[in-house]
Ligand binder design. Structure first.
Ligand SMILES: Nc1nc2c(ncn2[C@@H]2O[C@H](COP(=O)(O)OP(=O)(O)OP(=O)(O)O)[C@@H](O)[C@H]2O)c(=O)[nH]1
Ligand SMILES: [Mg+2]
Length: 297
């Protein structure tokens, strides 16, 4: 079943974003460095391009992502017109402090009291937008929390005499085209729990870990992962962590084990792990196109 999550408040959030887009100079798009393209909202691109606004793409939570893969993504984005990309961990004050200086060259005509540089932070839920806002303002103006859709409305603050900053609610889009994207977005916790089946998300995460980070997976859960598949990993985690269904003859509690795998991955306990690379993404798109051609034939 495909994953879709577009709760009601996002319709008004989209409308408000379109209005604010008319009166800002630079979009700060916060992505998740572990799945940068999956976390790129096509609706934000469309709103930005309608108004021809330049964009600073922040690959945030870089502390949780594979550094070599993050570098490959930066090279990918820095070739795009009107885009500057940087990898940061906005939980760190010194990283967040780099943001205004990176935005300034994107709108060189906006640098005075008369013409302040106006920036809007956008992105999908739970990527760290409000964390960045609070860090830059050096006070807690926005609630933050490790769950999607904490922020429900925009707020604008003066950063200094010649800069303003708007935080906005996390935005999804009405139809996620690739099922793999939905699975990755759920794994990084950008999608509400009511819209996903955790076992499916954990199984897919386990399959990615088996393919690309088997040593980290084996070490974290003390497993011999040879010959295992995704669901086999979830079952093995259940056994290792004593997650058994009561009164069912020692049957593994896959739901509980799935949450353990997801929670530990999200917290970085398996190490710095990226879910997609420019190559895996290109292959995924090729597969989808081939599938479409086959269906049309
Ligand atoms: N590891 C890590 N965690 C981060 C980073 N930035 C933010 N977080 C955490 O990510 C979670 C979400 O942060 P928020 O700032 O609330 O995210 P948001 O994008 O405003 O989320 P919504 O308002 O729900 O759209 C919080 O638990 C933050 O502490 C980072 O650079 N690294
Ligand atoms: Mg927020």
């Amino acid at each position: 079943m495909s994953i879709q999550w577009f709760p009601g408040h996002m319709t008004s959030a989209r409308r408000n974003a379109a209005e604010t887009m008319a009166v800002i100079d630079v979009v700060i798009e916060v992505l998740d460095a572990r799945a940068p393209e999956a976390s790129c909202n096509p609706m934000i691109k469309e709103l930005r391009e309608q108004r021809q606004r330049p964009c600073l793409k922040i690959l945030n939570k870089a502390d949780l992502a594979d550094p070599a893969i993050t570098q490959a993504w930066l090279d990918f984005y820095n070739q795009q017109q009107g885009v500057k990309a940087v990898a940061l961990s906005c939980k760190s004050a010194s990283d967040a402090a780099k943001v205004p200086k990176l935005c300034q060259p994107l709108a060189p005509h906006r640098d005075s009291n008369h013409k302040p540089l106006r920036m809007m932070i956008m992105g999908i839920p739970n990527v760290g937008k409000s964390t960045l806002m609070n860090m830059l303002l050096k006070r807690r103006v926005a609630n933050v929390g490790d769950e999607p859709a904490v922020t429900k409305s925009q707020q604008c603050h003066k950063l200094n005499e010649h800069m303003t900053l708007t935080d906005s609610p996390g935005l999804m889009w009405p139809k996620i085209e690739h099922h793999e994207d939905g699975l990755m977005l759920a794994a990084i916790h950008a999608i509400g729990r009511n819209a996903v089946i955790e076992e499916e998300i954990a199984e897919n995460l386990a399959a990615i870990l088996l393919a690309r980070y088997p040593a980290q997976l084996a070490e974290r859960f003390a497993l011999d992962v040879n010959g295992m598949d995704g669901i086999g990993v979830v079952e093995a985690v259940a056994k290792k962590r004593g997650c058994l269904l009561k009164g069912r003859g020692g049957e593994p509690d896959l739901e509980k084990a799935s949450m353990i795998l997801l929670t530990e991955y999200r917290a970085g306990k398996l190490g710095r792990i990226s879910l997609e690379t420019p190559e895996t993404r290109a292959a995924m798109i090729r597969r989808a196109q081939e599938c479409q051609t086959d269906t049309a034939a």
